[in-house]
Design a protein around this ligand. Sequence first.
Ligand SMILES: [Zn+2]
Length: 380
Amino acid sequence: MRSRINRDRLADTFRQLVLMDSPSREEGAVADWIKRTLKEEIGAEVIEDQSRGQTGSESGNIIARIPGAEKVVPLFFNAHMDTVEPGRGIKIIFKDGIFQSDGTTVLGADDKAAIAILIETARLLKEHRVSHGPIEFLFTVCEEIGLLGAKLLDPALLEAKAGYALDSSDPEVLINQAPCAIRFKVRVVGKAAHAGLHPELGINAIQVAARALAEIPLGRIDEYTTANVGLIHGGKATNIVPEEVELEGEVRSHNPEKLKEVQDQILETFHRIALDFKLMENPGLPLIKTKIIDDYPLMSVSEVHPLITTAAKAAKGLGRNLRLDMTGGGSDANIFNAKGLATVVMGIGMQNVHTTSEHISLDDMVDAAELVLEIIRMKR
Ligand SMILES: [Zn+2]
């Protein structure tokens, strides 16, 4: 089987994609290349959705249909087109079978390795006239800045109701569980006063926030739940009792009830601490304003879902193991699952993603391409 993947062509496609800058919202060039390649070379039906009006991206999400003669359940394969910063003018280095950047940018294997793997798979299907069922490729925009493309995707644009997202590291792992997450903002409004002349007239917003911060649950809360405050700004000068401070944080959990519990506990703590600071002469102060932003919903695909049994069988056929795992992060797959598109996440070998030491081995990319091809070829 291994010999069937065109290694050099896969490597070339990956290089070509990496050289096209595509930070979030600037996916235009990559999207055009994908559309052209799949239309002209593969003969796929390619559509772009209307999401760009809302994401502000140069492109919408791209959906490509490769019809299949076999009457089997349609499947989709997903990759995102955007990369994180620093991701402009990437210089790709290939040494000892490993792709990396020159150390000044990310590599962008997240998720261009996935795009290259899918394009190579489409080419092989055509070249070898592989008999298969209906396949769809779904390329999203703005994954890295809040899963924006996925959130705006109309699932009715896809014929397939289940698929694989190629967007994680370990090629021997399928991810079927990911947490749900919220972000929160807390603004503490106290009262400004001259710190030297009339400190007793002020309410120190930073102190209120600090007392609350010392009490709220943070870090690893249990095996399935984490919380963090990652941003804080407030205050104007050392000689002014600070009037305002704003904190931003997040909570993630594999258990939605636990998430809600921690979220409530955090907000209640701020309100309770504020009460301690309330003074007769300043009714209503300190004021606590809170905002909860739903980040992404829970992802949990049953271990006996056909997506998983099919992939396991395909891997076995290739003499490989595939195990299930959970992740601590959200991805497009969380959104797809919530929209009724069952999705599991496949590892493709990318390592140290979102850092300038990101790298990927060509062997892992070849392995991932083989697995995708084998899944497509299987009589499901
Ligand atoms: Zn990614």
